[in-house]
Ligand binder design. Structure first.
Ligand code: CA
Length: 518
């Protein structure tokens, strides 16, 4: 049978033997009357990625996917039906007490040695996958001037420094007009600080400040935050300084300072580094029902490989793991780590409550069109990115990662905010899975995009870096794609360009500021 004929056979995927629903695999969905190899017949048309009942469900019966109750039947649902969102009553969130704390002790996986990449070693031991001059801004007011100067630096200076990959302005909306002494203000402030210290920037912090803003350079970089070997203080250009007579003087000053930074960065060379020097952030966005079947499990497999190789891997997105909190606290290496996870979840529950919503505010129209009925189902498919290793540590939003292993970095699920906070944590490589499709990219760190479906990978052939849809069509196993992703990570870390880098697709840095603005 050829591939085209094989694609016509009605297929569904069930994630666990206890599941009473499964998702439709076939491109374009299936019509009423379609008969599966198991003998199940559809009694109505079901779109691709949406759920079919494998048995009759009484009103109030649990609807089980991933061996987890994703909701209960709002009314009786006959075998072979399309389980539409309106037929599912969502359960309340798991309370954050009486959780299993560090109870599950998986057997340690064997160490994985011998895998390397070519990276830029920094004075503090961290390793960059790119060599970038980043210009930190203390306030949005300077963004236009910095953007103007960055264009000139790229065209006039950068060609003279062949070992430097790029020049970027770290533009953001923070810095003034904010309640800077509010307790939660430490989140955006430490985020900007730690982004500036990302390993891809070589420890060479350069700051452009306005002068009258609340976030003064000395507040952004208190003594001790920049390593002594990198000068101890950032080099700073202040636009309101008396010496600047007119716009050109400001631009000249930024150019002159950038030249000094480029000279230092140009001395960096790639050297062979063990895979343990990778700091990988995993994320999903534009998810569909295949995310949790193909791409995310393959990422989970690669996550286990990275942990075995001694690297650091962060998974995030609070609202997309909240419904699996018991799975996570049980996998923590210690009660302290489990408690830190509960602390972050409780903080976020409260943050959402202040805004008058709960975790169900997460799902998008696209998620639902792609077959994800609610946040419980979405969360179960999202958590699998974390693989099966014990969870070694927890980061609060904007904190810098200081350890190896599997880390829960608490961030919102918003693609840009999550990516921004993972850059601040020190990520040097980003893995991003998508089912609906997004052209997401970051200027600071390469982003490897993994498609969940063949149809998306084919249609967006010059945007997706890897196709995990081959898992659903039976052409590859989760392990095959996981290994492929692992090897792709090593080559992208060594300088090979992602599609987003090829097209220079860069989303904005978006700070998480839960504190008031004034
Ligand atoms: Ca996301």
């Amino acid at each position: 049978m050829n591939k085209r004929d094989a694609a016509k056979i009605p297929l569904y995927i069930s994630m666990h033997e206890n599941d009473n629903v499964a998702i439709i695999v076939n491109d374009g969905g299936l019509p009423a009357g379609a008969v599966f190899p198991s003998g199940l017949t559809l009694i109505e048309a079901v779109p691709q990625g949406h759920k079919v009942t494998l048995c009759d469900l009484a009103q109030g019966a649990p609807i089980i996917r991933y061996n987890v109750t994703i909701g209960t039947a709002a009314s009786a649902i006959a075998k072979g039906s399309w389980v539409k969102e309106a037929l599912i009553t969502m359960p309340p969130a798991r309370v954050l007490t009486d959780l299993p704390m560090a109870t599950h002790k998986p057997a340690p996986l064997p160490a994985l040695a011998g895998h390397t990449f070519e990276g830029f070693r920094n004075a503090d031991g961290s390793v960059g996958t790119r060599n970038i001059l980043a210009i930190t801004t203390t306030v949005q007011c300077v963004a236009g001037v910095v953007e103007h100067a960055v264009k000139l630096i790229k065209s006039e200076l950068l060609p003279h420094y062949p070992n430097v990959d790029d020049v970027i302005g770290l533009e953001h909306s923070y810095g003034c007009g904010v309640a800077i002494d509010a307790p939660d203000a430490m989140i955006p402030i430490r985020t900007v600080r730690n982004i500036s210290l990302n390993p891809n920037f070589g420890g060479q912090a350069m700051v452009v400040s306005l002068g009258c803003e609340k976030l003064q350079p000395a507040r952004l970089f208190p003594k001790g935050s920049i390593p002594i070997q990198n000068g101890g203080d950032p080099v700073t250009v202040c636009l309101q300084d008396q010496q600047h007579i007119g716009f050109q003087s400001m631009v000249d000053s930024i150019m002159q300072t950038a030249k000094g930074q480029l000279e230092k960065l140009n001395l960096r060379r790639r050297e062979t580094c063990p895979a343990s020097d990778l700091v990988v952030g995993v994320q999903c966005g534009g998810s569909d029902a295949f995310s949790g079947v193909t791409a995310n499990p393959a990422v989970g497999f690669a996550t286990d490989l990275l942990v075995r190789a001694g690297a650091a891997v962060m998974f995030s997105e609070v609202t997309e793991v909240r419904d699996g909190i018991d799975q996570l606290t049980s996998r923590a290496v210690s009660a302290e780590v489990a408690e830190a996870m509960v602390r972050e979840m409780a903080w976020y529950d409260n943050y959402l409550k202040r805004g008058g919503v709960d975790r169900s505010a997460n799902t998008t129209p696209g998620n639902k069109a792609g077959g994800l009925s609610n946040i419980v189902e979405k969360a179960m498919g999202s958590i699998v990115k974390s693989g099966s290793s014990p969870i070694s540590g927890v980061l609060a939003p904007g904190e810098k990662l200081q350890q190896k292993g599997l880390i829960y970095a608490a961030t919102p699920a918003s693609d840009f905010i999550c990516g921004t906070l993972q850059v601040a944590a020190g990520m040097n490589l980003h893995i991003f899975t998508t089912g609906r499709g997004t052209p997401y990219g970051l200027a600071a760190v390469p982003v490897i995009k993994v498609a969940t479906r063949n149809e998306l990978a084919e249609r967006w052939h010059d945007l997706m870096d890897l196709n995990a849809g081959r898992i659903a069509s039976g052409e590859a196993s989760i392990a095959d794609i996981g290994w492929e992703l692992f090897h792709l990570m090593l080559s992208i870390a060594s300088g090979k360009k992602t599609w987003a880098e090829h097209w220079k697709l860069h989303n904005a840095l978006v700070l998480f500021n839960p504190a008031p603005v004034t």
